[in-house]
Design a protein around this ligand. Structure first.
Ligand SMILES: NC(=O)C1=CN([C@@H]2O[C@H](COP(=O)(O)OP(=O)(O)OC[C@H]3O[C@@H](n4cnc5c(N)ncnc54)[C@H](OP(=O)(O)O)[C@@H]3O)[C@@H](O)[C@H]2O)C=CC1
Ligand SMILES: O=CCCC(=O)O
Length: 351
């Protein structure tokens, strides 16, 4: 198995190497030159970490010719992501199905266009952060969709969580116009989106990845380039499949602890000090113990991701019985009207 080392120059063109040396000088010392033996050897991987925010500013973006940035889809994730681009000095044009969600961004200096096609036509690169495969395809390829405004020299970056088939379909439509395509779903929720601390799981046109790297660095703390279209979606679905099961198992633990007379808050503390510690348990546990589920990641999207992960597993005949059972639990939660609550509300399905 070939070793992959995190370095400034792994798999990079000379342009990107120049950019990387200015954008990524602060790879943690414990990673430098060390083998990451658990990384996949296929497809080609490049990982880089965020530079100081002072270096991921609008001048770096202008150097790449990306002066005009479009953003489609201003929900829980899209709004703070677009906001961070505006605050960094980018020339941002927004569109959202529910127009009122554009207003706070327009107040911050964003421009507005009345359709995805018009956003794409007026921008060098257009990002899309949409709910699901159906909306991602519609906004990219449908009537007045972004593809209608794309042309050679432009790029389309879909950051929604969808499946590989959807990414490939969108990629075909975008690339038929002569433009470039990158899928870039994100790990990290509302708070990391607000703080510019997302993790981008990208795949597709390598040259577009290199061009938008300064923009990804504004919105995120690290980015992975994973090769061919579909690999970003696959990585994201695997991560969210694990996350959904972890949350279901945590919910069972909270309820069991309570039933046997333990304090669930003490359980959260015990977990936080041991081997299964996870930020998700520490941040969501205390509110779950009070039956409160302030929405960061809507439960309906977690169930969508489990559904898509099951389809992915089916395509390669991989048994995933725990995820399959977990998916049923989220479906029950949805049937109890919890779709728009945080996904931690899955605990209600067990009560
Ligand atoms: N929230 C989270 O923690 C994370 C979410 N994700 C993923 O990011 C994506 C967006 O999530 P999030 O921001 O939370 O979701 P929201 O539900 O808050 O936002 C969804 C966005 O999609 C738009 N949309 C939905 N359906 C359509 C449609 N038919 N046509 C046009 N636009 C549509 C909505 O428009 P409108 O405002 O008009 O409803 C809104 O802009 C999802 O794929 C999700 O799985 C990824 C990482 C974390
Ligand atoms: O897709 C949602 C992911 C949420 C998270 O990574 O915290």
């Amino acid at each position: 198995m070939p070793m992959i080392r995190i370095s400034h120059s792994h798999h990079l063109s000379s342009t990107a190497m120049a950019m990387c040396s200015s954008f990524c000088p602060h790879i943690p010392n414990h990673f430098r030159g060390r083998p990451i033996s658990s990384f996949p050897t296929k497809p080609p991987l490049f990982v880089s970490f965020k530079a100081f925010s002072s270096q991921t500013d609008s001048s770096a973006i202008k150097d790449e010719g990306l002066t005009r940035v479009g953003f489609l889809g201003l929900g829980i994730m899209g709004s703070p992501m677009a906001q961070n681009l505006i605050k960094a000095g980018c020339d941002v044009t927004v569109w959202n199905r529910t127009k009122s969600k554009c207003d706070p961004l327009i107040s911050l200096g964003a421009k507005y266009e009345p359709s995805p096609a018009e956003v794409a036509a007026s921008c060098d690169v257009t990002f899309a952060m949409l709910a699901d495969p159906e909306s991602a395809v519609d906004i990219a390829c449908g009537k007045d969709g972004a593809a209608g405004g794309m042309s050679p020299g432009k790029g389309y970056v879909d950051v929604s969580t969808v499946d590989g088939t959807t990414c490939k379909l969108i990629s075909e439509h975008i690339k038929a116009t002569g433009a470039l395509f990158l899928e870039a779903p994100v790990s990290g929720s509302k708070k990391p989106a607000e703080d510019g601390q997302l993790i981008f799981l990208t795949a597709g046109d390598r040259s577009l990845y290199e061009m938008v790297a300064p923009l990804l660095d504004i919105m995120g703390k690290s980015k992975f380039f994973l090769g061919d279209v579909g690999n970003g979606a696959a990585m994201k679905l695997v991560v969210n499949m694990i996350m959904g099961s972890m949350m279901a198992s945590f919910s069972e633990g909270l309820l069991l602890s309570e039933k046997v007379g333990l304090d669930p808050n003490v359980l959260v503390e015990v977990i936080s000090q041991g081997a299964i510690s996870a930020p998700m348990f520490s941040t969501k546990g205390p509110s779950m113990a009070q039956s409160l589920y302030p929405t960061a990641f809507p439960l309906k999207h977690q169930q969508k991701d489990l559904r898509l992960a099951l389809k992915l597993a089916e395509s390669v005949s991989q048994p995933i019985p725990i995820a399959a059972a977990t998916n049923e639990l989220y479906k029950v939660a949805k049937s109890h009207g919890l779709s728009d609550q945080d996904f931690s509300a899955v605990i209600e399905a067990l009560k």
